[in-house]
Design a protein around this ligand. Sequence first.
Ligand code: ADP
Length: 452
Amino acid sequence: MEVFLYIVIAVVSTMLLMTLVFRSLMRKFSEKKDQEFLRTINLIANERAEANAILASLSIGIVAYGSDHRLIANNDLAREMLRNIPDTIDSFLNNFGSDNGMRASFLIRASEVSGIYERENNVYQIKCEPRHLDDSATRFAGHVIMIQDVTESTRLEEERRAFVANVSHELKTPLTTIKSYTETLLDWGLKEKDKQSVQKDLARIYDDSLRMESLIADLLLLSSIDSKAHYMKAKVQDMGSLCRQVTERLRPSAEDKNLQFECMVLPASALIFGDANSVERIITNLLINAIKYTPKKGRIQISVGNIAEDIYIKVKDNGSGIPAQDLPNLFDRFYRVDKTGSRQYGGTGLGLSIAHELTELHHGRLEVERQPGRGSAFTLFLPRADRYLVQTFLRLVNKDEVDDILGKAAAQTLTRILSESDWEVSTGPTADREQLSRVLEKIRQNVNNKVK
Ligand code: ADP
C-alpha cells in the first residue's frame, strides 16, 4: 500500500513537474514568439516611418496606388499640389487626366502616361508609371504617380518662344525694307531714277541698316547679361559728373526739338560703386526716350540727389506720358506702348529692359511714375558707394557668398583699400568691435576721398 502510495506520489510529482516544465517552456516559447512578433511590427513601423520621411523630403509629389487600384500612400506635397487625392486610380485619372489625355493613354496601356495639369496659376507635369515586384515584370504591384511643379520652366519656355518671335519680327521689318528698296533700284536702274529719289532710297536703306545694327547690339548686350558675361569695370563713380556728361552729349538732339533740357546736381558728391559704361547706358536710354516722347518746345529735367542710403537720378518730362495700364509691363523686353510698330519713334522696345537689367546688376532699382497732367518721370536708385562697399565687406567677413560681377569687383577694391590696414578678410567676424569700426571708417574715408 505504502509502495503504491509512493508510486502515485512520484507519478503525480513527475506530472506536476512536467506540467510546470511544459508551462515554463510554453511561456518561454510564447514570449519568444511575442518578441519576434513585436520586433517585426517595430521593423515594419520603422520602415514605414522611414518611407514616409523619404516621401516627405522629396521635391516632387508622389501618389501610389496598389494592384487593386486603391490608394496606398501619398506625400503632403502631392496633396498641396492637387488639393485632394482620390482613393482610387480611376477617380485620380478622371479628376486630373481627362483633359490632358492621361486617362486615354492609361486605358490603351500606352508606354507613357503623362500630362499637364493647371491649377491656380500653377502648372504641374503628372506622370503615371506601373510598378512590378520583380524584374521580369510578371508580378504587378500597382502604379506610382509623380507630380512635378513646372510653372517656372513653362514660363521661361514661353518667354523664350516670345523672344525668338519678337527678334525675328524686329529683324525682318528693316530687312524687308532694305530688300525692296534695293530691288527697286536694281530694277529701275540708277539712270532711270532722278538723283533725289535715288538719294532718298539709299537714305532709307542706310537708316534701316543702322536700325538692324543697333537691334543686334542690344540683343548681344542682353545676351551677355543673361549669360552673366557682361563686362563691367566697376569702381567708385560720381553720378553728378556722369549725368552732366550724358546730358551734354545729348543736348544737340534736345535742341533740335527746342526742348528745355536741364541737369541739376544737388549734392556736392553723389558717389556710387559701378561700371561707368553701364550706368551711362541706363541714363542715356532714359534721356533718349524723354527726348523722343516729348513734343517740340517741351521740358526735360534731370536731377541727381541723395535719398536715405541711395543716390537717385530722376528724368522728368512733360511729354506724351504713359497710360497706367502699360506701367506694369514697361520694363519687359520688346514692350511698346504703341503696339502698331509705327516708325514714328523708331524704337524696338528694348531700351527700358536694358536699363532695368543693368540697374539690377548694380543692385539698384528703376521706378516710373506718371506725372500729374502730362509726361512721365523715371527714377534710378543706386546704392551709395560707401554703403555698398561696407555691406560687401561685412558679407565677405561673414563668409557669405559674393559671386555677382559687381560684388567681385567690390571685393577687389576692398582688398586694395585694406591692403595696408591691420585687418584681413580672413580675420572673420570674431574680431573686436573697435577694430571693426576702424576698418569700416577706413573704407568710408577711402571712398569719400575720391571726390577731393
Ligand atoms: P523703345 O525703343 O520703343 O523706345 P523702350 O524700352 O525704351 O523702347 O520703351 C518702351 C516704351 O515705353 C516705348 O515704346 C514708349 O511707348 C514708352 N516710353 C518710354 N519712355 C517714355 C517716356 N519718357 N514718355 C513716354 N513714353 C515712354
